[in-house]
Design a protein. Sequence first.
Length: 88
Amino acid sequence: MLLWRDDFSTSSLEEVLSYQIENRAWSKELRCRSAALVNSRLANEISQDDYLASRKRTREEVVECQRRAAILDTHIARRTVRPLLHAS
């Protein structure tokens, strides 16, 4: 992902949705990278130490990606959910 901010209060819904699309693409990239890393290790193309170091970095990125997804989901829900009307 490119630039990131945690506060989307001044962003339009379209901007937030655009960030969500970027974050989903990043998530997909991380999943593909993880699969390629496992395959490289299984084929003995990389050492155990290199594998563990790469897995650690990838895991940190996955955690950040999930954190961003949660923030975006919250902002989208706040903007799209209508309050319930109380029946009189």
